[in-house]
Design a protein around this ligand. Sequence first.
Ligand code: CAA
Length: 379
Amino acid sequence: MSIKLTDEQLMIQTMVRDFAREVIAPTAAERDKTKEFPAENLKQLGELGFMGMMVPPEYNGSGADTISYVLALSEVAYACASTAVVMSVHNSIVCESILRYGTEDQKQRFLKPLATGEIIGAFALTEPNAGSDPVRQTTKAVRDGDSYILNGTKRFITTGKNAGVIIVTVKTDEAKRHKGISAFLVKKDTPGLSVGPLEDKMGLRGSDTVDLLFEDCRVSAKDMLGEEGEGFKIAMTGLDGGRIGIAAQSVGVAQAAFDAAVQYAKEREQFGQSISRFQGLRWIIADMAVEIEAARQLMMSASAMKDRGENYTAQASMAKLFSSEMVNRVTAKALQIHGGYGYIKEYPVERYYRDARVFTIYEGTSEIQRIVISNHVFR
Ligand code: CAA
């Protein structure tokens, strides 16, 4: 890796790598089968300081930088992509948004328990008819005294069932475009909030994805995050960080698929020798190694820019676009190298292939990343 890591970054990486490979990885295949939420793993990640990684110690966080965070997230994704997506949305979008826009009272009430992993956070932007174009969302919040009344449906919400608090974006002013969108912190069990059935997904099956239904759901005005009309900016800023997280997930899953493919190639013999001796296969492995390293460098450079306080929107989109497309190519090649064994569940590679498929879709499709990048080029 060209960037020299600090002792602290290396220590964090080693610690999470050991934990992820010893504790999280052994149950990943079972979770994929049963769709069981990795509650215990997340609790332990919280105890180790990985659920409030970039939150300062005064709010119970670890005060780590983004580079440490992406290293940790990649290691968790290497072991179990379902656990990693929960950790990613929680740290990158939920904790960071409250840290950035929350009042002191909100930080005390929400950020502190989030940062220890006592509760897990979710982010609800998407709706049945507003995915890539979230400005067209229709969930409404109408002021009523000291509260707002929320009505509408949010769709495909990661951790929607298991979260203790959800950042929900809503329209507070129909007449204004993105400036008519606000964000609220909504607690689980708030009357009027109900959770739809679990989606039966192709991959990331241990992470719950659900609809959230708001029916006359009353939320205190003091739980508005940021100012009225700031919801879209909060979401976009959160997604900048989130997209680096998806790059980290992609790098982790790709590395796992790569290591599995190399191991298999060394062991498998055909035509009287290890298949790793065939040049056709060695070139595929070389290309995979280059792609993973390129993605890792993009992830690291976007993280370093964020840590330096620079505008990193385009870099985050580049890292997300390249890494998520890369992991789809790499897992497909890893599966091919496994031959028939790649297609059966006894080997982990088919799970990597399925888990990776959504990375080019969520937190902004590849097409949306190209819009963000080209807008920066032509601005
Ligand atoms: N940071 C801060 N502000 C930003 C911003 C950013 N990255 N991007 C846009 N904005 C601001 C703009 O400055 C502008 O504000 P002003 O008017 O004050 O200048 C405002 O937002 C509107 O900007 P645009 O006109 O560019 O907005 P748009 O409607 O054209 O949309 C878009 C831009 C990039 C296409 C955006 O809609 C987008 O990112 N779409 C994809 C949505 C998405 O990623 N959804 C994922 C769902 S969440 C998820 O998947 C999580 C999970 O569970 C895993």
